[in-house]
Design a binder for this molecule. Structure first.
Ligand code: GP9
Ligand code: MN
Length: 615
């Protein structure tokens, strides 16, 4: 057997050499072209391994040919693969990002590239041809025997590349669970499955959503418009336009859930500043996140569009080419400058692409911040430093502005340096929940500092503030520890839904505080913000309704179809009484089932069919 394999390897040595060259070249590009860093040995191994399956497949296509043509095809295929790598390299030099299929066909991007194509090239790029020249040399000097095509070879090729790919995915899954379903970052995808495989994956994702778009017709939107008209809620005249012309500062607070608000741990407040701010704000204590796998990006999508994200994957990736009537566009029409500040790669969650579609004037990504080892922890820039640096950026903006700041420190796995720990960890079997409290406390402190600075800089008085938790931080997996913290025997599906509440504060300097118990969700923020600024929403397609409207129905539907009203919670097919948390008659939930399903179905219909292009 071993002798047989050895003989085969020798027989296919030219092809294997080309594969080895292509893998090595990809790896070197990762390191020196794309500057991909690895944080541990497993990641480094993945970088070395991930070019293999695609290289075997691509170069192996030469097995479909015989003799001189076969050897020639090895050269052709190596060259094609090299070109793909090189286009990515040039694109990366300009945009610090990897190519996506939509980008290739987006004329505006292509134009950006064309102009500076030559400038982006470098003489060192010639090294990319090195292996191809060697391969040509070997053929030229007749070092390579001619082979006939064998029947079993193509099948063997497919099996070999598939086995390698599955092995690769297996390791990637250990390193990044839910990599393909969540697909949060192109760099992460490239790091885990390899650049060439990433392009295939991207083609699949894009073509899938394209197909649904093709079959959509302009009349499809009529049903949605009708539904919207029926559900439109008049704004509250006492609140309509009260913030007109003021700056809007939105804080997306990472993984902040409502269960920590006005709570203590070992006798110490977990969110002392937010608790105080609530006393001076409109506070919504029955406000739910409605996100799914797209996490932060889903919350951004909900807030900007009053549409739901997808039930799987991230709409930021799958439908970044759609037409939207997003909040930044409405604001722009009303004289606002809009921006996002977030100290992460701009390609994370495909934000750079999606934000273009939303119409933000500016995205201050990681490159706008000074990030060092000292001021970073976990996912990057610490919240205190992030806010501090953001103040300078805020000052540069034209007024009135709408700016969303996205925090990062209170992100799983909730790491924090000793010097930043203001309260002790919790003591349970879940390290995640234990660490959550000090990072929440730290974020609270960071927000406090931010407000202090805003006041010092004179940015406070003329602004309104919207603070919300983007999604849960503690998953169902930690229920045992969570029940310990909440002092309950066990957590039921009813409790789980209640844990999906995230804080929402609308702080308007000079306004009297109030606590509002209306059941609501992130989908309601767009109409609320627009009405506060005096912008009519009657012609906008929205699935939420103004939180201050007197006509408002107390209702929220979560992305997994669970829904909540003042009296009931419906989840996992069971109707619960909100007062007791006990199961109740299904007929109590029934009147809301249709609305819940219709909201989700019609919102999905808009996204899959890209229906707003017909609006
Ligand atoms: C990344 C940050 C976190 O930029 O928004 O993303 P998440 O994992 O919370 O969706
Ligand atoms: Mn988040």
């Amino acid at each position: 057997m071993a002798a047989k394999i050895k003989a085969e390897l020798i027989r296919l040595r030219f092809l294997l050499l080309a594969v080895a060259f292509l893998c090595l070249k990809t790896y070197l590009l990762y390191k020196f072209g794309f500057h991909i860093q690895s944080e541990n040995i497993l990641q480094e191994m993945l970088l070395l391994l991930n070019p293999l399956s695609a290289s075997v497949f691509v170069i192996g296509l030469s097995l479909f040919f015989s003799g001189v043509v076969r050897n020639g095809m090895v050269i052709v295929l190596s060259t094609i693969a090299t070109c793909i790598l090189y286009f990515n390299l040039l694109y990366y030099r300009f945009f610090t990002d990897f190519l996506t299929w939509p980008v290739l066909f987006q004329t505006s991007n292509a134009k950006d590239l064309q102009g500076s194509f030559l400038q982006l090239m470098n003489w060192t790029d010639a090294f990319l041809l090195f292996d191809i020249l060697i391969l040509i040399g070997l053929i030229w000097w007749k070092k390579i025997p001619l082979q006939m095509r064998e029947k079993r070879e193509p099948a063997a090729l497919i099996v070999a590349s598939l086995v390698i790919f599955l092995f690769n995915i297996g390791i990637a899954q250990i390193e990044r669970p839910q990599l393909l379903t969540r697909a949060f970052d192109r760099e992460m995808l490239v790091k885990n499955i390899g650049l060439l495989n990433y392009h295939v994956y991207d083609a699949y994702v894009q073509s899938h959503s394209k197909a649904q778009r093709v079959f959509a017709e302009s009349s499809d939107i009529d049903e949605v418009i009708r539904y919207r008209k029926e559900n439109y809620k008049e704004p509250n005249p006492e609140m309509y336009g009260i913030a007109e012309g003021k700056n809007v500062i939105v804080l997306s607070l990472e993984s902040l859930q409502s269960f920590v608000i006005n709570e203590t741990l070992n006798g110490e407040e977990i969110t002392p500043f937010l608790n105080d701010l609530i006393e001076e704000s409109y506070y919504f204590d029955h406000f739910y996140h409605q996100t799914a796998q797209g996490k932060t990006s889903d919350s951004e999508f909900l807030v900007a569009n009053s549409l739901f994200g997808r039930d799987s994957g991230s709409v930021f990736f799958t439908h970044a080419g759609n037409e939207y009537n997003s909040l930044p566009e409405w604001l722009h029409e009303n004289g606002y400058y809009s921006s996002v500040m977030h100290a992460n790669n701009k390609s994370f969650w495909n934000r750079d692409m999606m934000y273009l579609q939303f119409g933000y004037d500016q995205f201050f990504d990681i490159d706008s911040f000074t990030v060092t080892e000292e001021n970073s922890i976990g996912w990057g820039l610490k919240d205190v430093d992030f806010f501090e640096q953001s103040i300078d950026l805020l000052k540069t903006q034209p007024k009135p502005f709408y700016t969303k700041l996205i925090t990062l420190t209170n992100h799983y796995p909730f790491e924090l340096g000793e010097e930043d720990k203001m309260i002790n960890e919790f003591d349970s079997n879940s390290g995640t929940l234990n660490r959550y409290f000090p990072t929440v406390r730290y974020m609270d402190h960071a927000v406090e500092e931010f407000f202090t600075k805003l006041k010092e800089e004179g940015l406070y008085e003329d602004s309104i503030f919207i603070l919300y938790g983007d999604h849960y931080g503690i998953s169902e997996y930690h229920h045992k520890a969570m029940s310990q913290f909440l002092g309950k025997e066990e957590l039921t599906p009813f409790d789980h839904v209640q844990l999906q509440r995230v804080p929402l504060l609308i702080h308007i300097p000079g306004h009297d505080p109030s606590v509002n118990h209306t059941v609501s969700g992130q989908i309601d923020l767009k109409p609320t913000i627009m009405h506060l600024l005096g912008i009519d929403t009657r012609d906008d397609i929205q699935f939420g309704s103004d939180l201050f409207s007197n006509e408002r129905e107390s209702f929220a539907v979560l992305r997994n179809t669970s829904f909540i009203t003042d009296d009931i919670v419906f989840t996992n097919g069971v109707c619960y009484d909100k007062g007791t948390g006990e199961e109740t008659l299904e007929e109590k939930c029934e009147p809301f089932m249709e609305k819940a399903q219709l909201d989700l179905r019609l919102s999905d219909k808009i996204i899959y069919g890209d229906l707003l292009r017909f609006d």
